[in-house]
Design a protein around this ligand. Structure first.
Ligand SMILES: Cc1cc2nc3c(=O)[nH]c(=O)nc-3n(C[C@H](O)[C@H](O)[C@H](O)COP(=O)(O)OP(=O)(O)OC[C@H]3O[C@@H](n4cnc5c(N)ncnc54)[C@H](O)[C@@H]3O)c2cc1C
Length: 456
């Protein structure tokens, strides 16, 4: 059964129970009643699948969250919907994606059937409300799904991540109602999206972008080149950042929607990469691409704000991709050393020198996951999560690199060959420190925010 079908009733139930219970502060009587039953009543911050996008601090019912009155849950506590997401995606990843992972990596191509199945499963519309044909879940559910996919294939995971956390969110947050009605049903069912910010001369310094937009009698004309664009082979829908008024510097940056079929749009080059090779990464040229006025996303000159906001959220998704990857690499090696490989008459995982490394790595993964879930929960609670997202991405990518590298060594020669997946996890891990802000850029963000807090 598809994820969408499995989850929809759960989402409705979660929404209903939320409406009736979670806005009510826990009274003393409730707490003592719970205590009498031997446990305190716990409430997960993310039992709120239908948050309003217009205002981040209110529930669907328009009432403010009463966070003070909620008893915090353990950080890895999942709601019923999120648990169902985890279970269903794990099953889908193991049964459908796993048999194709090696083949897709060798071919450097995403199997179109996998893309189609991601749509069928509801994985391409996790946060899109049901009224636009989406699965209507919350941000944490997306994080859970991205992590589970990366456990098996970080390439499929990033396709789903970019589509959901950057593209769908951009339309939900900044699109007009007309554009939501036009695009979201497509993005939910059959149209992959891409997010085009980086250019040949602007990476970390993203707002130095050179792509230009100019007004025409009935819309806009875009000219320039974008580089490193994820999903560009599979996508038909592109969010493009271009400068409408370079005299205003970054304040001229504006976001537009471009359809792949528009005249003047072309894919100039597909990159051959070290890792996440099934995920397409291309250079795109915009040669006087004319679009209608309705393809303006949000307001003119607000593109830089949108990009910052979207990437802050997106980073939690990349962090989840990295924790999923680390976990997958660890499990792959753990199974081998504890079940398959014997030396000196014992499974190699029984030697203390190996056990300590496995224990340390698992601890590191758990710490990275805690940062990821904390950032996601804070975002959902409407709290400031920018530093948390940066710390999560920084640390999760470091852990992914360390654990997947060690996992190769734990498996000896079998970790080094392309028969299994150990070497692929390590290759795939390298991207975590680069896209959606390099590790230095995350450190810069963390330090800037800390300085703001601590400098006299
Ligand atoms: C596989 C892949 C997929 C991608 N997908 C997308 C996508 O879908 N959409 C999109 O818009 N972009 C995408 N990108 C682009 C990605 O976001 C950029 O590669 C990234 O922001 C880094 O830019 P850069 O590669 O130009 O590196 P540079 O900015 O040239 O950085 C090179 C080095 O200099 C360091 N550095 C730069 N500035 C500073 C500073 N101020 N302080 C300290 N160190 C600094 C960096 O940390 C890095 O180590 C993708 C990239 C890759 C490789």
């Amino acid at each position: 059964m598809s994820l969408a079908r499995t989850l929809r009733p759960l989402v409705r139930a979660a929404g209903a129970s939320h409406a009736s219970t979670s806005l009510t502060p826990l009274s003393r009587a409730t707490l003592s009643r719970s205590a009498r039953h031997g446990r305190q009543q716990l409430r997960c911050l993310s039992t709120t699948p239908q948050r309003r996008y217009e205002a981040d601090n209110v529930t669907t019912e328009g009432e403010p969250y009463d966070l003070e009155s909620m008893t915090p849950t353990p950080i890895f506590h999942l709601t019923e919907t999120e648990s169902a997401m985890k279970e269903t995606v794990a099953k889908f990843a193991n049964e459908t994606i796993l048999p194709k992972v090696r083949e897709m990596d060798e071919a450097e191509k995403m199997d179109p059937a996998i893309v189609e199945q991601c749509f069928e499963q509801g994985l391409m519309s996790i946060e899109i409300p049901e009224k636009y044909g989406g699965a209507g879940m919350n941000f944490s559910a997306a994080i859970v799904g991205i992590e589970e996919l990366a456990r098996v294939d970080p390439s499929v995971s990033v396709m789903v991540d970019v589509h959901n956390t950057l593209v769908n969110t951009a339309i939900l947050k900044y699109g007009t109602e007309e554009s939501r009605k036009k695009w979201l049903p497509k993005l939910a069912t059959n149209t992959v999206g891409s997010f085009c910010l980086s250019e040949p001369a602007s990476g970390s310094d993203a707002f130095a972008l050179k792509t230009k937009a100019e007004k025409t009698s009935d819309g806009y004309k875009i000219s320039g080149s974008k580089m490193w664009i994820t999903n560009s082979v599979e996508a038909n829908f592109f969010i493009v950042f271009a400068n409408l008024d370079p005299s205003k510097g970054y304040k001229g940056i504006t976001a537009f929607i471009v359809d792949k079929d528009t005249k003047g749009f072309s894919i100039a080059k597909k990159e051959k990469k070290l890792g996440i090779r099934a995920s397409s990464t291309c250079v795109i040229n915009f040669d006087d691409v004319e679009i209608p006025a309705s393809n303006l996303l949000g307001e003119e000159g607000q593109g830089y704000k949108y990009a910052i906001g979207l990437l802050n959220e997106g980073r939690i998704g990349i962090a989840a991709q990295m924790t999923g990857l680390a976990w997958g690499a660890w499990e792959n090696a753990a199974r081998y050393v504890w079940n398959d490989r014997k030396q000196f008459g014992s499974y190699v995982g029984e030697f203390q020198g190996m056990q300590f490394q496995l224990a340390q790595a698992y601890t590191d993964i758990t710490a990275a996951r805690a940062l990821v879930f904390n950032a996601a929960r804070k975002k959902e609670a409407g709290e400031d999560f920018v530093k948390d997202a940066a710390m999560a991405k920084l640390f999760a990518s470091q852990v992914a690199g360390r654990v997947s590298g060690s996992a190769i060594e734990w498996m000896g020669g079998m970790g080094f060959v392309r028969e299994g997946l150990a070497e692929k996890y390590w290759r795939d891990s390298k991207i975590g420190a680069i896209y959606e802000g390099t590790s230095n850029i995350q450190l810069q963000t963390i330090a800037r925010l800390l300085q703001r807090e601590y400098a006299a």
